[in-house]
Design a protein around this ligand. Structure first.
Ligand code: ATP
Length: 320
């Protein structure tokens, strides 16, 4: 393979730029040409294609967001849209494609391989960590660190005023950001979509912690359950302590990627190009038990995300 394309799609995530850099530099190392496609599948359909060289990815390893920008593109779900996307690839002589995004983006890549025979490789770029086949997705670690930083600050003021802080974090239908941020920031309670919450039990745990000498509490709630505002109203109705709501919001999606995300990005990008170089497509890359792996796209997107109940129990045991 002599010429490959690269795009970022779906929600952005810290580490996407570092992955772009790794893809471009690895491809050049192997003597391949690389074309960046701007605005995800929308740019592929509208022929927004730019040549990438060694210097085009200088000074981005530490930057959040994505240099190629990203978009959601409904046209990609239609036959006309996909035909147009493939026409753009053919026009530029692009033989294989690296897609950095979440499961929706992977489904787009799968269509290009299955229906048009274009080899594609998916790199999991989403802060949600909602893909079962990989232990971690790109951006998750940085997003959790951003949540920890916010919770540290909230804890200061909650302690002074002896309040309860309800903190909403992202993750869509997945509770991983809440779970990891909750454990590592010392939150007393996490509320996630995977486990039905019991408000009386939460009040009991808070009361017990106060009886044990705590002056404040942190409740981390995943956006997939309900908003922090809504949960705060429910909790305030049944507790004697003052409750305040905070939504960390899109701050979680930005910022300089952590060491873990830069490392993952570098390894994922490198692996993706090595596969394409050997003519292997229809795969996604990931990390399992600290090892970089690749897997069939269809198999990967059809795996149902499981929740780490052991970590949840750990939090229950050590948070009070
Ligand atoms: P995130 O997890 O951050 O939201 P994502 O990749 O899952 O990322 P989606 O909005 O689901 O985000 O998908 C991104 C884009 O991928 C869509 O806008 C669309 O262009 C394309 N896509 C999604 N599903 C399909 C599909 N079944 N067939 C073809 N293209 C698809």
């Amino acid at each position: 393979m002599k010429r490959i394309g690269l795009l970022t799609s779906g929600g952005d995530a810290p580490g996407m730029n570092a992955a772009i850099r790794a893809v471009v530099r690895t491809a050049i190392y192997y003597g391949m040409e690389v074309f960046g496609i701007e605005r995800g599948y929308a740019g592929l359909i509208n022929d927004q294609v730019i040549p990438m060289d060694m210097r085009s990815v200088s000074d981005i390893i530490h930057r959040g967001g994505t240099k190629l920008r990203t978009a959601r593109c409904m046209e990609m779900l239609t036959k006309e849209g996909k035909d147009q996307a493939v026409a753009t690839l053919k026009k530029h002589g692009i033989e294989g494609l690296v897609v950095i995004g979440g499961d929706g983006s992977f489904r787009g890549a799968k269509c290009l391989t299955e229906e048009y025979g274009i080899p594609t490789i998916g790199i999991p770029g989403t802060i949600d960590n909602d893909l079962e086949y990989t232990d971690f997705t790109l951006g998750f670690d940085t997003a959790v660190n951003t949540c920890i930083d916010a919770i540290n600050k909230l804890r200061d003021t909650m302690n002074s005023h002896e309040r309860i802080s309800v903190v909403e974090v992202m993750g869509r239908h997945c509770g991983d950001i809440a779970l990891y941020a909750g454990i590592t920031s010392g939150a007393e309670i996490i509320v996630v979509p995977e486990i039905q919450f019991d408000i009386e039990d939460i009040v009991m745990r808070i009361d017990r912690s106060r009886a044990n000498g705590k002056h404040s509490n942190i409740v981390v709630i995943a956006e997939g359950v309900m908003s922090a505002e809504e949960f705060t109203k429910k909790l305030q109705a049944v507790t004697q302590y003052s409750v305040r709501a905070t939504n960390i919001g899109h701050i979680q999606r930005g910022g300089s990627p952590s060491m873990a995300d830069r490392m993952l990005a570098s390894q994922f990008g490198n692996k993706a190009v090595r596969l394409l170089k050997d003519g292997i497509g229809n795969r996604v890359v990931g990390i399992r038990k600290n090892e970089i792996i690749d897997m069939d796209i269809i198999e990967a997107v059809s795996m149902k995300k499981t929740f780490n109940y052991e970590l949840y129990e750990t939090l229950q045991m050590i948070s009070l």
